[in-house]
Ligand binder design. Structure first.
Ligand SMILES: Cc1cc2nc3c(=O)[nH]c(=O)nc-3n(C[C@H](O)[C@H](O)[C@H](O)COP(=O)(O)O)c2cc1C
Length: 179
């Protein structure tokens, strides 16, 4: 007998599954006539070396998404372990005036903010814009890149931040108690 098909996977178990996938954390920024925008991301991958290109997946609801659409460009800032507060700040639904308040950054090719003190940054021009579900997949070709501090990265795992101690030893976010 043919086994019954698996029920369609639902969002919550999928979130728990993906919480087992450790990632770095970055802040994506963009700039247009309306000003600066930015958000914390971990849905990010390197696509090719020739040309250097990367992909981000942004919520269609995020305020930063239309700024990238209008400007045709964005920057990715890779966070160091001691920049957790920045990650938390840019993950809030607060206006850019609060997100960028007292923040040190500079601009290069696209006008998007390149934050000081990161591990590095890449500025991209948008070469493909692919809406899927409630997100949009944005492929960017790198037009400018900078290598920054040589420090441990900020990591996201088990729906929480992991950190390193002074000796560079990784301390993973503790397991979550079952709900
Ligand atoms: C660790 C972490 C990773 C995140 N990754 C993403 C992501 O890849 N794509 C996304 O759209 N939102 C992501 N978010 C949520 C956004 O940062 C959040 O919704 C933010 O408030 C959007 O800001 P905006 O509306 O000003 O653009 C992430 C949040 C955290 C804490």
């Amino acid at each position: 007998m043919t086994p019954p098909p698996d029920p369609a996977p639902s969002a919550r178990p999928f979130r728990e599954l993906m919480a087992r996938w450790a990632t770095g954390v970055a802040i994506v920024t963009a700039h247009d006539a309306s000003g600066d925008a930015g958000l914390t991301v971990n849905a990010l991958l390197s696509v090719s070396l020739t040309p250097p290109s990367l992909l981000i997946s942004l919520s269609q609801d995020a305020d930063t998404t239309p700024v990238i659409h209008r400007s045709g460009s964005f920057a990715v800032n890779f966070l160091a372990a001691d920049q957790r507060a920045l990650s938390e700040r840019f993950a809030l639904p607060s206006p850019p005036s609060e997100k960028f308040k007292d923040l040190a950054f500079h601009r290069e090719r696209t006008g998007a903010a390149l934050l000081d003190g990161t591990l590095g940054a890449a500025e991209c021009k948008v070469v493909a814009w692919t809406p899927r579900y409630d997100h949009v997949l944005i492929l960017g070709e790198v037009v400018h890149q900078e290598v920054g501090r040589d420090s441990p990265p900020l990591l996201f795992f088990r729906s929480g931040y992991s950190s390193t101690d002074g000796a560079g030893v990784l301390h993973l976010a503790p397991p979550k108690a079952p709900e």
